[in-house]
Write a protein that binds this ligand. Structure first.
Ligand code: FAD
Ligand code: NAP
Length: 575
């Protein structure tokens, strides 16, 4: 009898262990197969940014052995099916298959028609006035089918913009294009404060409801003028802002096209013209910071009198929300590529001569490459060429070069293509984006930076800015999480800086150290943070910035809140 009960108990224990182990293997290697099945892991690789059409704001993601798992609120993992990677999607779009069901015809879609296509097996979505049949794309969407379905049969523009307006859906979904909206789509229109004419809005394909600025707001709208001498053309922009600076002025002048964008909080003013005559590549930008006057000085190629500045382009003389302005790219030349660690490189890109662009601290740019005939876009955070140790003067690195510290993933779609660029090759770089504001640091006494892997990149300019330009900063502490010693970026520079400047301290924490590592080890946790994240004085003003793999950042924010830090004291860098 006892033997029977014992056998039964043993059998139950064995079953439970077998089930748990299977689950572990399934999670580790996914449904595609275990390594010894000879599965090509590359096929299953996903990136949270790829094709991230609307609909998954705030959703954490995790990579697990090359697969993307969705950490939906309660850590429910939703892996994409095998054979549904970005590369697989690109292949399908190139296969010549009719993905819209309209045999290449483009149609005008009414609101009524759009709303009928609201099922998984028949799903149309409108983005910026264009309608896409996303039914074939369902299984490829990294956010999952349910997220995509939130916009089924409606205008998904706002949702799209909220999450990843930089994703080039036009290129990714071009084979799914059904046609244009015949009339105003269903979604509530965005508030657009603009001086642009209705015709222009239609040209943009935005089709928002017309909301002209109230007269008081209109007064705040910048304006422009131009004048000439024998050899120069000067375009003057009156921004009506007191604290204009170089980071808020982006100028591009190439091939007889002038584009000058002024950033004013979350709005953008644009001067965009096809110039009447040719100008040389050199462009000077003068900013009268106190009065907010910006001068763009162009050199005439021929000393002739211009009758007009040129023909206005689509967005010319408009003052609209930044999120409603399409991202502008210019081609930059790769001038050097240096090793930082075994898998991370510092890319130096040179801006074209006619470009004036300084990426603000805490902001990122998008790089765009054509991979297998499809435009792929990924964000990267510019760093400095090195960590300056001498803080006599604010450094002046902006203007000519952009430095990017990029980890090359062995299965990475974008970074592999990037790594194959040769010196002298060109790559498209966007205008800066990001919601970090320097003013958050300007009042801080203690700046605490929590970085995981390449999450170090926004911290580079941030710590330099704090130590150089923020007089009230007492301490800057970097807590840098990496897997191994070999993964630590700029370790010796950081150690030198800590020796040189007593306000700066760095703590390295390794999650997979070798046995020789005598420093701290572990993963981000409440106990590690309570040990290292401290105010220098009981009432000191603190700012804690955190950046790294998404779950790292999300867990970190939660631990910090549990430790009593307020939302205002924490800035998380996310997409
Ligand atoms: P994918 O093809 O998407 O993925 C291939 C493999 O790489 C996966 O199997 C996975 O193992 C691994 N992998 C890919 N992406 C990640 C990830 N995000 N986390 C963990 N593992 C991953 N990266 C930098 O190197 N430097 C930066 O300055 C930088 N700045 C960024 C700024 C922002 C705002 C954001 C959101 C991301 C930033 N990234 C940065 C990450 C970058 O945008 C890409 O996600 C990364 O380069 C991988 O692209 P990929 O196409 O090569 O990889
Ligand atoms: P990594 O080397 O894989 O990881 C760095 C550290 O984070 C390691 O110690 C790692 O430990 C830990 N970590 C990873 N996943 C974790 C998790 N789920 N929970 C707790 N700790 C975790 O990092 P990486 O490959 O360089 O990736 C850097 C990330 O930063 C990328 O996801 C990139 O997109 C992001 N990034 C974002 C921005 C931005 O501005 N938003 C800028 C730059 C980079 P273990 O792996 O041992 O667990």
């Amino acid at each position: 009898m006892y033997a029977l009960v014992f056998l039964l108990l043993f059998f139950l224990w064995f079953c439970k262990t077998a089930v748990l182990y299977s689950c572990f293997l399934l999670l580790k290697f996914g449904s595609k197969g275990f390594p010894d099945c000879g599965a090509d892991e590359k096929e299953d690789v996903r990136c949270p940014e790829d094709l991230a059409l609307p609909f998954r704001k705030g959703r954490p993601w995790r990579y697990f052995s090359g697969k993307l798992l969705d950490f939906y609120p309660s850590f429910l993992r939703v892996p994409l099916k095998p054979g549904r990677s970005l590369m697989d999607w690109i292949r399908l779009t190139k296969s010549g298959k009719d993905l819209t069901g309209l045999r290449g015809r483009l149609i005008e879609v009414t609101e009524d028609e759009l709303s009928k296509h609201n099922k998984k097996e028949d799903c149309w979505i409108c983005i910026r006035g264009f309608v896409y049949n996303v039914t074939p794309y369902m299984e490829y969407h990294p956010g999952g089918e349910d997220e995509l379905m939130k916009a089924a049969g409606t205008d998904g523009t706002d949702l799209f913009d909220q999450v990843h307006r930089w994703v080039n859906y036009e290129s990714m979904l071009k084979e799914c294009l059904v046609g244009r909206m015949a009339a105003k789509p269903i979604a509530a229109p965005k508030e657009i404060s603009s001086t642009v004419s209705e015709d222009m809005k239609q040209l943009n394909g935005v089709l928002p409801e017309k909301k002209v600025l109230a007269s008081s707001a209109k007064d705040l709208s910048p304006s422009y003028d131009w004048f000439q001498t024998d050899s120069l053309i000067t375009v003057v922009i009156y921004t009506k802002q007191k604290d204009m600076n170089a980071e808020l002025v982006i100028v591009d002048c190439q091939d007889k096209q002038l584009r000058g964008e002024i950033i004013i909080d979350d709005h953008s003013y644009l001067v965009e013209v096809d110039l009447d005559h040719a100008v040389s590549e050199d462009v000077a930008v003068n900013i009268a910071e106190k009065v907010g006057k910006v001068e763009i000085i162009l050199n005439k190629k021929d000393n002739i009198h211009w009758k007009m500045l040129g023909q206005p382009r689509e967005g010319h003389n408009t003052f609209i929300k930044r999120t409603d302005r399409g991202l502008f790219y210019r081609k930059c030349k790769l001038v050097s590529k240096t090793e930082v660690t075994h898998d991370t490189k510092l890319f130096c890109l040179m801006l074209p001569k006619g470009t004036h662009l300084c990426v603000p601290t805490g902001q990122h740019v998008y790089l765009k490459q054509i991979i297998a005939g499809t435009e792929v876009v990924k964000p990267y955070t510019p760093v400095l060429p090195f960590l300056p140790l001498d803080f006599q003067e604010p450094p002046r690195h902006g203007g000519v070069h952009i430095y990017l510290m990029i980890k090359i993933y062995s299965h990475g779609l974008f970074t592999q293509a990037l790594d194959h660029l040769q010196i002298g090759d060109y790559i498209s770089v966007s205008n800066p984006e990001g919601n970090f504001k320097k003013s958050q640091v300007q009042t801080s006494e203690d700046l605490l930076l929590l970085a995981g892997g390449t999450g170090f990149t926004p911290m580079v300019k941030l710590l330099n800015f704090a130590l150089t330009e923020v007089s009230c900063v007492r301490t800057v502490k970097l807590i840098f999480f990496n897997k191994t010693e070999d993964d630590i970026l700029w370790r010796s520079q950081l150690e030198q800086l800590a020796l040189k400047d007593e306000r700066f301290e760095v703590q390295f924490i390794l999650s997979q150290p070798s046995k020789d590592w005598v420093g701290k080890q572990g993963k981000i946790s409440s106990s590690l943070l309570s040990e290292f994240v401290k105010r220098s004085r009981r009432d000191s003003k603190v700012l804690i910035c955190i950046c790294g793999p998404t779950p790292f950042t999300e867990q970190g924010v939660q631990y910090l809140k549990d430790l009593g830090y307020s939302q205002e004291e924490i800035h998380a860098f996310t997409a």
